[in-house]
Design a protein around this ligand. Structure first.
Ligand SMILES: NC(=O)C1=CN([C@@H]2O[C@H](COP(=O)(O)OP(=O)(O)OC[C@H]3O[C@@H](n4cnc5c(N)ncnc54)[C@H](OP(=O)(O)O)[C@@H]3O)[C@@H](O)[C@H]2O)C=CC1
Ligand SMILES: O=C(O)CCC(=O)C(=O)O
Ligand SMILES: [Mg+2]
Length: 739
């Protein structure tokens, strides 16, 4: 890899499809500036194959690209463009394994109950792949996500509709508020580097080490907390009654992908609570068949065909759906409920969608209705309840006039809850969990019961310092007030507040407005300001980083796909994420059915411009800077001319939008005067693209409306994808003629 290299990730689903169309353009333009673009496969299927080299034929083996990029992210020369990838739930992992096996790759089954050493080894390797397994490895820096000025200007000109809540709307959030992660949290700051042990002591005195050798640094914040299983079950039973009494839809919102250990367990509790009678009657049979509620109703129903009496059990599930409170559906046409797949309803994207839609989700018949949104842990649920209350009291937010809430998020080195997976345990028996230091002192202790979900989290000092610095830098650069969303009543936040106050003194904050507020209060404050057209930076921990960078973008600009998302890496490199949203599985379905890809790559254009600018700063490559500034201007024109993909066949889709970006970029390169060589290369390209616009657009639209074959879902066929995603011979000829 030379200095002028940008590493582009190859991921999954819609982003991977889109890249097959966009990357050839990027590579051709970058080469003219001596910038090479290399790809690395960190897709779900690629990561599975990389985990089992010994079982694969020579020509099937792939390198461990994620490991390589994780190492690169700690080096100053890192310049990585990161597209969204699948954070796989167990059902998705199993589907990907089955697809690979059918394609002749000898990867093992996912062992649900690992009993042999070989199965335990396979399970351990798969557990590293499941859930959000990519982002925490690459995110060796804190997060800076914002809507670029051009995107806000576009939204003001073309406001999307945030629907009003109907008068008397019954939509609200239900949360525990006691005996949950929020209320049971305890926290310490390490007075020196140490090695910790997490130990369970049963009521009869039997000690079990849950984790040993947990290295912590001087000044690191270590927290522990638990969610009581019995309190959760009582809460869920109550919410089911309330939803039924209010006659609203029932919907649970978790983050089973990023909180890959705790949240599938909580999801399983919800499935069991909703189908309490079915589990009373058939629980033993389901368990014997290896069908766990944690994987969702969909997996259970799919597995029933192999169970004796399965038809009766399926009928009992259907009867329970009919008798219970009305469930919300993610796809009523296909009968997919909120409880089908743990990864289908992800709180960060689903709650803003509910708010945008006037507080309504969809029921069994596809009709919309008010909803009881169940968010069991109360740490952050108040943000959504405050948003709902604000919209009910003050009407929907108007994208034409509102301000913006960018985010600076603590994220580096697996900070806080999102780094808790290797320290999360479903408690096996009543007793006590202690965190003990090397000297044998108990730092944190909790009395627990069987089934409780206990977890510890860490936040290292260097990332916290860097995050405070980033907040001040952004507040200064954008001349915008910054609010730290921290609750002094919460054990962890109290420690963070002390550090924030200390580290703010390292910076010149004169003339800046910097405040600290608890999350619900900060929500109200930011919303009150946004309504007046004012901007407020939200400076948050890792979870609220995730939540706020979907919540505010979706309300402000309709989607988080249009965000600029930069991760300045701690050691000087740059990680550039492409928007703040996910991999949009729905979009793949549409492409396969009617050869139309709705995916909007705008976030990718912003990421690329930022990456090229960073590359120019670090290598002195002036041509890269020209590429960056011209791309920025091209993106501005792209927005003004409204060239984002349409939603329906017959309009330009993702591929057509890439053509226009390529056209505007070439035109900007041709007219700029900073680099004559680049101008000379791109003048004829701009001319060829402009003069053949009609032909190219016609070629791109002509393929739409029929099914498209991409030869696989998790590991589609590269040749087929290229054919589908580059269908304009005229466009390809021009792009391939560069250099
Ligand atoms: N950085 C990452 O790697 C991330 C990965 N994920 C992963 O992505 C997967 C899917 O997650 P999910 O919760 O469904 O969220 P997604 O963001 O993928 O999808 C939610 C909806 O957002 C809209 N949307 C998102 N991005 C775009 C885009 N670029 N262009 C057009 N529309 C877009 C679409 O809805 P609409 O109809 O409203 O336009 C889409 O159906 C999961 O595996 C999840 O873990 C999720 C977030 C980030
Ligand atoms: O890593 C993931 O699973 C999702 C990441 C995400 O939602 C985000 O960073 O906003
Ligand atoms: Mg998110």
């Amino acid at each position: 890899m030379n200095d002028s290299t940008i590493v582009y990730t190859h991921t999954d689903e819609a982003p991977a499809l889109a890249t097959a169309s966009f990357l050839p353009i990027v590579q051709a333009y970058a080469k003219a500036a001596d910038v090479s673009i290399e790809t690395r496969d960190i897709s779900l299927s690629g990561r599975i194959l990389a985990a089992f080299p010994e079982r694969l034929k020579e020509d099937q083996k792939v390198s461990d690209a994620l490991k390589e990029l994780g190492q690169l992210a700690t080096k100053p020369e890192a310049n990585i463009i990161k597209l969204p990838n699948i954070s796989a739930s167990i059902p998705q992992l199993k589907a990907a394994i089955a697809e690979l096996q059918a394609a002749g790759y000898d990867v093992p089954d996912y062992p649900e109950d690992a009993s042999t050493d070989e199965e335990r080894e396979a399970r351990a390797r798969y557990d590293k792949i499941k859930g959000s397994a990519v982002n925490p490895v690459l995110r060796e820096g804190n997060s800076d996500r914002r809507a670029p000025a051009s995107v806000k200007a576009y939204a003001r000109k073309h406001p999307h509709v945030n629907k009003a809540f109907a008068a008397g709307s019954k939509t609200r959030v239900a949360t525990m508020g006691h005996d949950d992660f929020f209320s049971n949290e305890k926290s310490v700051v390490m007075p020196s580097a140490d090695t910790l042990t997490i130990r369970h002591t049963a009521a009869d005195g039997t000690e079990t080490v849950l984790k040993s050798g947990l290295a912590v640094l001087d000044g690191e914040i270590v927290d522990a907390t638990f969610l009581s299983a019995s309190a959760l079950d009582a809460f869920l039973a109550e919410t089911l009654k309330q939803a039924k009494a209010d006659n609203v839809l029932y919907s649970v919102h978790l983050k089973a992908t990023m909180m890959k250990v705790s949240d599938p367990i909580i999801f399983g509790h919800v499935v069991k609570a909703f189908f309490a009678d079915v589990f009373d009657k058939h629980g033993a049979a389901l368990e014997a068949a290896g069908l766990t509620p944690n994987d969702g109703l969909g997996s259970i129903l799919a597995g029933l065909s192999d169970v004796v009496g399965g038809e009766q059990i399926a009928a009992d599930f259907s009867a329970a759906i009919a008798a219970g409170p009305r469930l919300s559906y993610t796809n009523s046409d296909k009968g997919i409920t909120n409880l089908h797949v743990p990864s289908d309803v992800i709180v960060d994207a689903s709650m803003p969608a509910l708010v945008r839609n006037g507080g309504k989700l969809w029921g069994v018949d596809g009709g919309e209705d008010d909803t009881l949104a169940v968010i069991p842990d109360s740490s952050y649920a108040g943000v959504y309840q405050a948003t709902i209350e604000d919209v009910i009291a003050n009407g929907p937010l108007d994208p034409a006039t509102i301000g913006t809430v960018p985010n600076v998020g603590l994220m580096a080195q697996a900070a806080e809850e999102y780094g808790s997976h290797d320290k999360t345990f479903e408690i096996a028996s009543d007793g006590r969990v202690d965190i003990v230091n090397a000297a044998g002192d108990v730092l944190i202790s909790h009395n627990v019961h069987k089934g409780d979900i206990w977890r510890a989290t860490q936040a290292k000092d260097v990332p916290i310092r860097d995050w405070v610095k980033l907040a001040v830098t952004r507040a200064r650069a954008s001349n915008t007030p910054a609010v730290f969303w921290l609750d002094e009543k919460r054990a962890h936040d109290a420690q963070i507040i002390a550090k924030v106050k200390t580290y703010l003194k390292d910076h010149d904050t004169s003339g800046l407005t910097i405040e600290i507020m608890a999350p619900a209060e900060a929500t109200k404050y930011s919303l009150a300001r946004i309504r007046q057209g004012l901007d407020t930076i939200s400076v948050t921990g890792n979870v609220l980083r995730d939540y706020n960078t979907d919540l505010f973008p979706i309300l402000e600009v309709g989607t988080s796909a249009k965000m600029l998302s930069i991760v300045p890496l701690l050691n000087g490199g740059g990680l550039f994420e492409t928007g703040a949203g996910g991999s949009a599985p729905k979009h793949v379905q549409q492409l396969v059915e009617e050869n139309f890809l709705r995916w909007d790559s705008l976030g990718e254009f912003f990421a690329l411009a930022a990456s090229l600018e960073h590359l120019s700063d670090t290598t002195g490559n002036k041509k890269a800077l020209v590429l960056s500034t011209t791309l920025d201007r091209a993106t501005g024109t792209f927005l003004e001319e409204d060239r984002s993909p349409g939603r329906k066949v017959g309009t330009i889709d993702n591929r057509g939008s890439h053509f226009y970006l390529g056209l505007y970029w070439a035109q900007e390169l041709a007219i700029q005067t900073d680099d004559a060589e680049l101008a000379a290369i791109f003048a004829p390209i701009a001319e060829a693209l402009a003069s053949q616009e009609e032909t190219i657009v016609a070629e791109l639209i002509a393929v739409q409306g029929k099914p498209a074959d991409i030869g696989g879902y998790y590991k589609p066929d590269a040749v087929k994808i290229e054919k589908v995603m580059r269908p304009s011979a005229t466009l390809n000829k021009v792009i391939d003629s560069i250099n």
